[in-house]
Design a protein around this ligand. Structure first.
Ligand code: FAD
Length: 386
């Protein structure tokens, strides 16, 4: 089905992203995998071509296009090369960006946005801790007032881009916060004394992206590092989760689409019993299922993108998008891998890596169980949720 949400300017942008992927990322992918990191030159090339600042206002070094369809095009195209690229760049453009655009003063914007749009600043967001992931309110990192600033203590884990990040949004509990449901957000510049990071964690997939532990041991940040109001951090996070989840959904389907196209090509070429494996009814039926699942999920996700462009996306609809798209992605890629036979199990094959990369999308950005919880609560099955 023809997708109707994109206009010519979005398709033109798709070409820009495709060119960037072909020229500036794909030739270096092997190195990114072995080094568990996307090198700074790639970030700078992305910045030079406007991929990291299209949404930043012109006065702060960007192009001023605040339209999630550009984010969607970018996420889809990056995920085709490898989901890790959508994860790493998506942290900047889809997840950190709304905090820096919406919660900052002019002075903070002047300080952080120009190098960010230019690809000189890599960003991350550190909410998850060893003891608290799904349960965001369970974090233990603290922020204590000291003079005009704050002192941070605690540790974070699973921080995407964490090993290279120059600027990290950190969630911490402060004494200003109401005990149970509140926290504050700080932008920590990585040159702060006593800030430390562990090596990038060894993952089963998405090896190009950094996933790191961060340590705050009496790290002092000045007062202007606070994002928005002290104590309002949990609300800020919740308000921005819908875009984060939509971003995961978009990339998941882009990833699945790419894998399906490559598999269709493969079953045309590969023969068994004297005929292409694509000629077997079992293959045809399996791929028909895959294409149907992707297209049906795309219809919902596109509707969510359109709703988001009009500021109408609800957390429940975003949860449905992430739940569906990531489950479809994992099913489709698993079916595709099966059609590669033994080669599907060999890491040199892109389908094997796609399968490894896909697994985490049902976990990060809110697990599938948490998505079901959000959707289930909206059904008002008990008086508590009515
Ligand atoms: C590769 C990767 C990148 C990541 N990037 C970031 C990042 O950049 N920044 C960041 O802050 N975090 C990041 N995360 C963390 C990620 O968001 C968390 O791993 C995720 O939210 C789950 O938290 P957890 O790992 O602590 O699992 P837990 O919360 O301990 O959950 C364990 C299991 O219990 C289930 N569960 C928990 N609560 C409920 C409930 N109420 N009802 C039903 N089941 C429940 C979960 O669904 C899961 O199956 C990343 C994680 C990974 C693996």
């Amino acid at each position: 089905m023809k997708r109707v949400i994109f206009q010519p300017e979005h398709e033109a942008y798709r070409e820009v992203v495709r060119e960037f992927v072909t020229r500036d990322l794909a030739p270096f992918a092997e190195r990114h995998r072995s080094e568990h990191s996307i090198d700074r030159k790639c970030w700078q090339r992305a910045g030079e071509q406007g991929l990291l600042g299209f949404f930043v206002p012109e006065g702060y070094g960007g192009a001023g296009y605040r339209d999630f369809r550009f984010n969607a095009v970018q996420g889809e195209e990056l995920a085709r090369l490898g989901y890790a690229y959508a994860s790493a760049f998506g942290i900047n453009t889809d997840i950190v960006a709304p905090y820096l655009l919406e919660l900052t003063t002019d002075e903070q914007k002047r300080r952080w946005l120009p190098p960010y749009a230019a690809g000189r600043t890599i960003a991350s967001i550190a909410i998850t801790e060893p003891g608290a992931g799904s349960d965001v309110l369970g974090i233990r990192t603290t922020a204590t007032r000291m003079g005009s600033g704050w002192v941070l203590n605690g540790s974070k884990t699973f921080t995407t881009n964490g090993s290279s990040a120059d600027l990290i949004i950190v969630a911490a509990k402060s004494e200003a916060d109401k005990p149970s449901r509140s926290m504050s957000l700080f932008v920590v510049e990585a040159d702060r004394a006593k800030f430390g990071r562990g090596a990038s964690l060894e993952k089963i997939g998405q090896t190009e992206a950094e996933t790191s532990e961060l340590f705050f041991d009496d790290v002092f940040v000045d007062g202007s590092s606070l994002l928005g109001e002290a104590g309002a951090g949990f609300g800020y996070i919740v308000e921005r989760l819908a875009q984060e989840r939509l971003s995961c959904a978009v990339a998941a389907l882009g990833h699945a689409r790419g894998a399906l196209e490559e598999t269709i090509e493969y079953v045309r070429q590969r023969s068994a019993f004297g005929q292409p494996i694509g000629s077997f009814q079992a293959t045809r039926f399996r791929l028909a299922d895959c294409q149907t699942m992707i297209e049906v999920a795309t219809a919902w996700v596109d509707q969510c993108i359109d709703a988001h462009v009009h500021s109408l996306l609800t957390p429940v609809d975003a949860a449905k998008a992430k739940l569906t798209a990531t489950e479809v992605q994992n099913k489709v890629i698993d079916h595709c891998l099966q059609l590669y036979g033994g080669y599907g199990y060999i890491k040199e094959y892109r389908i094997a890596r796609a399968w490894q990369d896909a697994r985490v999308t049902r976990i990060f950005g809110g697990t599938s169980e948490i998505m079901r919880e959000i959707i289930g609560r909206s059904l008002a099955l008990t008086d508590e949720h009515a």
